[in-house]
Design a protein around this ligand. Structure first.
Ligand code: SAM
Ligand code: ZN
Length: 275
């Protein structure tokens, strides 16, 4: 079963057909030829999130398997909860969303939400290639106005993406789970050290958002080798890519391979907010 999206104008359920999504009040949204629906309201359409090159780089890098330990840990963290309705907020190109769906019951439905239509184009294509279209919806929307009904989800994924506690608490059922992945202090340290004169550590916030209780924290830390194009993809998929001077990027271009520290925090939070 697919998840039900709601109309961004009036909040009624959207009923999909071959080409559109329509609510009972007649608001209508086209399904793109790639299989996602753009539910961004006009004023938000200018905020595009990650661009096509970042998304392409992330897809190719993630497919190398370098972050598989994080996906494995996430699957293990949620399998006992046997979620039926999942939303992946800031889903990007859907590597974690689809990877997780493969580990859960075939009845599990997932809504992938991202502000970047470029990301959703890739995500919908991934779902189609991996025979997950019947279980998934992909919608362009902002984290602060999610096109999902109140209390409609059992599990929210929020990996390296903005967190909006109030909206998350609204769409999660009571006792539902929020699983967040964040970069820890030394994540990608050697990559930063190779590029910058003075690299800075990340400052992770290991705490539950308002309306949630922090139930478990895992630190997933390991080293991996990254070579050739993958090294450039790893840099291009990060927020540093657009903020780095060409002479610093040249240092990266001179490298053939690098051993890098991965350091992820996986935060399992439970919704405590009153209904
Ligand atoms: C670092 S990427 C992570 C993508 C994916 N979760 C992953 O780990 O591969 C952050 C994602 O958040 C999305 N994003 C940024 N601002 C957003 C917002 N206000 N609402 C929804 N998505 C947003 C970006 O477009 C991007 O795809
Ligand atoms: Zn409507």
């Amino acid at each position: 079963m697919k998840p039900t999206l709601i109309c961004p104008v009036c909040g009624e359920a959207l009923v999909p057909d071959a080409q559109t999504y329509r609510c009972v009040r007649g608001h209508c949204f086209d399904r793109s030829k790639y299989g996602y629906v753009n539910l961004l309201q006009k004023q938000k359409k200018k905020l595009r999130g990650d661009d096509a090159e970042m998304i392409r780089a992330r897809r190719d890098f993630l497919e190398s398997g370098a972050y598989q330990p994080l996906l494995d840990a996430a699957a293990q963290a949620v399998s006992a909860a046997a979620p039926e309705q999942i939303a992946d907020i800031g889903c990007g190109e859907g590597w974690y969303s689809c990877g997780l769906l493969h580990r859960l019951s075939a009845d599990t439905a997932l809504a992938g939400i991202d502000i970047s239509p470029d990301a959703l184009r890739y995500a919908a294509k991934r779902a189609a290639n991996e025979a997950l279209t019947a279980q998934t919806e992909w919608a362009a929307a902002s984290v602060n106005r999610l096109p999902l009904g109140t209390g409609s989800c059992d599990l929210l994924l929020n990996f390296f993406a903005p967190c909006e506690a109030g909206e998350f608490a609204r769409i999660l059922r009571r006792d539902g789970i929020l699983l967040r992945a964040i970069p820890l202090e030394r994540h990608l340290w050697e990559l930063k050290a190779a590029v910058y004169d003075v690299p800075y550590e990340n400052r992770p916030v290991i705490a539950a958002p308002e309306g949630f209780a922090l139930c478990d924290v895992q630190r997933i830390e390991y080293r991996f080798s990254v070579t050739g194009q993958s090294l450039h993809d790893l840099f291009a998929m990060t927020p540093y890519a657009h903020k780095t001077a060409p002479e610093h990027i040249a240092r990266l271009n001179a490298l053939q391979s690098l051993e890098v520290q991965a350091a992820f925090g996986l935060l399992l939070c439970r919704r405590t907010a009153a209904d």
